[in-house]
Write a protein that binds this ligand. Structure first.
Ligand code: NDP
Ligand code: 2IT
Length: 460
């Protein structure tokens, strides 16, 4: 059947290079202002040329031009009333990018920088990341330009309720399953879930992941992204006769991903000496006190400089970049494009041996090339931070079966998933002549499963 369809389609007589460049140029013309989205697509396009060369059927069936176009992009008004009684209006988004292999799945980000380009880059990356997990989940992402900083708990609740009043029309346990991302953690998911339940009038725990443990949340979801990143980097190090043990590690950010990356790296014997927030960084040569960072950031919702109140021997650098601190292993866990080409060069000069991306797209394309050209072991975001969404899929499985697994059970599955992602990425890189390049390997491995599902499901 497939062969027949391909025969009916017009053949273009173009090379794989002409195809991917043509599709990318057209996207650039149509979306010239969406710089983050274009960056994410450019990286994929560079990796996939070899795939289209080897399998022209993906070209003939227009897989690339279809996969870069979201199935749907929803934008909506989010009105709410602040504590002073003033009306505030924010923008809400949900991009439902690809349902080829499962319901749309991906987090919600609340940060003042959120716009359509950022949501689209995140949703696009999520397609390939979710595919790599081996779980049946499609790609989606959402969020708002709402700034949670300095807001009272009641303001956060009112905002979440208004956001969900609109979002609830578009999501569901078998349709689209949001979770957390920057600015959205357990507190926000609780308020969002409460409002969804009130609107629907039924209990559908599988509609959101990252829930509280008392109402359908999974053990180890909170830890999953940070732990998963360290598990992935550990696999990569092991493959190169290295280990976390005794290495100096610097982590950017001090949020959900950073905290649990620091915790696991320290457990593996590394010395984690610095972390940051958007104001500055803390350098503690005795090793970062991760329990204190949890207290400051998760419980007190304070700034990272508070660390010095109990650790006066540590240093706080206001406005500085944490990447100034020499380290052997760098774990960027804050935000996109935090490592540009110059920062990558600094890290390399300072002797970095491995970089593991806990954040989404934290390295620019030029920075990635610096790392690859200088033989730095590089664990790209889509592969290295997939542990969070993988455990989200395990949370959905537990919700469907009405059974809750133990922490050890979930953590064991997470480790196996991260090992598989590493192995599959290495294997895809080798198969397509990109030995040692996990960027290409993970992009190719993630793509193939989605592309094959799209082929089998017809041109939709
Ligand atoms: P959090 O909101 O818990 O923490 C974010 C941290 O990064 C904070 O320390 C924050 O500082 C810092 N940060 C955020 N934006 C900026 C910025 N523009 N400049 C400098 N620092 C910034 O978010 P998460 O830990 O959940 O997310 C961190 C990264 O990991 C993001 O890229 C996210 O997309 C990615 N990710 C998250 C997953 C998850 O399960 N949560 C899964 C996979 C990837 P401040 O407090 O000052 O804002
Ligand atoms: O970027 C990500 O993978 C996340 N923010 C987690 C998404 C999820 O659905 O758990």
């Amino acid at each position: 059947m497939l062969g027949a369809m391909e025969n009916k389609l017009q053949h273009h007589n173009r090379t794989a290079k002409e195809y991917v460049q043509g599709v990318y140029e057209e996207l650039k013309n149509r979306n010239s202002h969406e710089t983050e989205f274009l960056q994410a697509v450019e990286e994929i396009v560079e990796s996939l040329e070899v795939v289209f060369e080897k399998h022209p059927k993906y070209m003939e069936l227009g897989i690339l031009e279809r996969i870069i176009e979201p199935e749907r992009l929803i934008a909506f008004r989010v009105p709410w009333v602040d504590d002073e009684g003033h009306v505030q209006v924010n923008r809400g988004y949900r991009v439902q990018f690809s349902s080829a292999i499962g319901p749309y799945k991906g987090g919600l980000r609340f940060h003042p920088t959120v716009n359509a380009s950022i949501i689209k880059f995140l949703g696009f990356e999520q397609i390939f990341k979710n595919s790599l997990t081996g779980q049946p989940i499609g790609g989606g992402k959402g969020g708002s330009d709402f700034d949670p900083k300095g807001k009272s708990d009641l303001e956060i609740m009112r905002f979440c309720q208004s956001f969900m009043s609109e979002l609830s029309r578009y999501i569901g346990p078998d349709t689209d399953v949001p979770a957390g991302d920057i600015g959205v953690g357990g507190r926000e998911i609780g308020y969002l879930y409460g409002q969804y339940k009130k609107i629907k009038g039924t209990v559908e725990p599988g509609v959101l992941t990252g829930k509280g443990l008392g109402f359908g949340g999974s053990l180890a979801r909170k830890e999953a992204t940070g732990y998963g990143t360290v598990y992935f980097v550990q696999e990569m190090l092991k493959d190169n006769e290295q280990d976390f043990s005794g290495k100096t590690v610097v982590v950017s950010g001090s949020g959900n991903v950073s905290i649990y990356a620091m915790e696991k790296a320290a457990e593996f014997g590394a010395k984690v000496i610095a972390c940051s927030d958007s104001n500055g960084y803390v350098y503690d040569k005795n090793g970062i006190d991760v329990e204190l960072v949890k207290q400051i950031k998760e419980v007190d919702r304070e700034r990272i400089n508070v660390y010095l109140e109990t650790h006066p021997n540590a240093e706080y650098v206001d406005g500085g970049s944490v990447w100034e601190i020499p380290c052997e292993i760098a774990l960027p866990c804050a935000t996109q494009n935090e490592i540009d080409e110059a920062t990558a060069k600094t890290l390399i000069e300072n002797g970095v041996i491995a970089v593991g991306e806990g954040a989404n797209m934290p390295s620019s394309l030029q920075a990635i090339n610096q790392f690859l050209e200088n033989n730095v072991l590089f664990a790209p975001a889509k592969a290295a931070n997939a542990g969070g969404v993988a455990v989200s899929a395990l949370e959905m499985a537990q919700n469907s079966s009405r059974i809750a697994w133990s922490f050890e059970e979930v953590d064991e599955k997470l480790q196996e998933i991260m090992r598989n992602i590493y192995q599959n990425s290495v294997q895809a890189a080798n198969e397509y002549g990109k030995e040692g390049n996990l960027v290409a390997g993970s992009n190719i491995a993630g793509f193939l499963k989605v592309a094959d599902a799209m082929v089998e499901q017809g041109i939709i």
